[in-house]
Design a protein around this ligand. Structure first.
Ligand code: A2P
Length: 335
């Protein structure tokens, strides 16, 4: 039995991680961690433990983190020191060249080099990689132009509450409450910049993540990525309009064949976030030639950002760590 710590178990992604762990039947013993605020809360018969200096971090094989980058920076190294492999859903370690950044269907081989920490990609990048990996393998990717339509759950539980409060006020004909999470009202609106602007950057952190993470996961520094990340008033499910320019020519029939054969991907005419909700697959549609370039095509890519974009992939990484013999108890059994 694998001993797993879930850090951030009370959050939007944490709750879905618990669901995924239960659904996928991973033979595990779980301990749930969250902040002091949630200590003592009972979830599925398990009492939530506060992550503080009194917490016992020993004995875990794997720790699944989804509690924000600052919590990961402070606590992930302590779990690693205590012997666990940490799979971190935050941006804290994704840029570290020593830390594998893994999409389960795309580059599980990268796990073999882990040194205790594994990073789960950003949700928007995750779903894009599932669709792009077969294209990259078949023809190489020269350039991407991506526009995202990102749901509110990607920001967390507080953002969902803000969306509900704003929508309720608007439907009741009352003035919108002051924006609580985003720089503008999100209900019945579109915010043309998802994420925040790091010092001096005209790109948001979400956009910078997609540029960097795409190249790291597809193991190709030459891929050009032009991206605009947008927040839309959708509760769950990120959508992306994607234009792909390949290095080698690729017919649209071949693109469709490659996508149809890709693991974890479902081809349909017009995917939608509502229909992607609670599903683990990535949905791809609107696949068509780009009439402005002989080696380019367009597609629309949708996935549940809490599932494949976060929790599902985290749990898939845990499964891959176990099956590849990459956790401490496996090493112990092997020795
Ligand atoms: P809590 O619910 O006790 O605040 P979300 O992304 O939905 O906002 O969820 C964030 C998750 O991270 C929650 O489970 C939250 O716990 C947890 N969290 C936030 N700060 C800390 C911290 N300092 N230590 C441990 N868990 C934290």
């Amino acid at each position: 039995m694998t001993r797993i710590a879930v850090v951030g178990a009370t959050g939007a992604v944490g709750a879905v991680m618990l669901q995924c762990l239960a659904e996928r039947g991973l033979d595990s013993e779980l301990t749930l961690f969250a902040s002091e605020r949630s200590a003592g809360r009972v979830i599925d018969g398990r009492t939530v433990v506060a992550l503080n200096d009194q917490a016992d971090l020993s004995g875990f094989d794997i720790a699944l983190f989804s509690a924000g980058a600052s919590t990961s920076k402070a606590w992930a190294p302590r779990f690693v020191e205590a012997g666990a492999v940490v799979v971190d859903n935050s941006s804290a370690f994704r840029r570290d060249p020593e830390v594998p950044l893994v999409v389960a269907e795309v580059n599980p081989h990268a796990l073999d080099a882990h040194k205790g920490l594994v990073a789960n990609p950003n949700c928007s990048t995750m779903q894009l990689m599932v669709a792009l990996a077969p294209i990259q393998r078949a023809a190489g990717i020269e350039r991407l132009i991506v526009s995202t339509y990102q749901s509110v759950s990607g920001t967390g539980q507080k953002a969902l509450e803000a969306l509900d409060a704003e929508a309720a006020a608007s439907l009741a004909g009352q003035p919108a409450p002051a924006p609580a999470v985003y720089p503008d009202t999100i209900a019945f609106n579109v915010i043309g910049a998802a994420g925040s602007f790091p010092d001096g950057s005209l790109d948001t952190d979400e956009e910078l993540k997609m540029m960097f993470e795409t190249r790291k996961i597809l193991e190709d520094d030459q891929i050009g990525v032009a991206v605009t990340c947008v927040r839309v008033p959708v509760r769950v499910g990120h959508s992306e309009s994607v234009n792909v320019q390949t290095r080698e020519p690729l017919s649209i029939e071949r693109v469709n064949e490659l996508l149809a054969a890709a693991p974890g991907l479902v081809l349909e005419q017009v995917p939608s976030p509502l229909r992607s909700e609670a599903r683990d697959e990535v949905f791809v549609g609107r696949v068509r030639d780009d009439p402005t370039h002989p080696r380019a095509f367009s597609m629309f890519v949708v996935a549940d950002n809490l599932r494949k974009g976060a929790a599902t992939n985290t749990v898939q990484i845990a499964e891959a760590l176990i099956s590849r013999g990459l956790i401490r108890s496996a090493a112990h059994v092997a020795s």
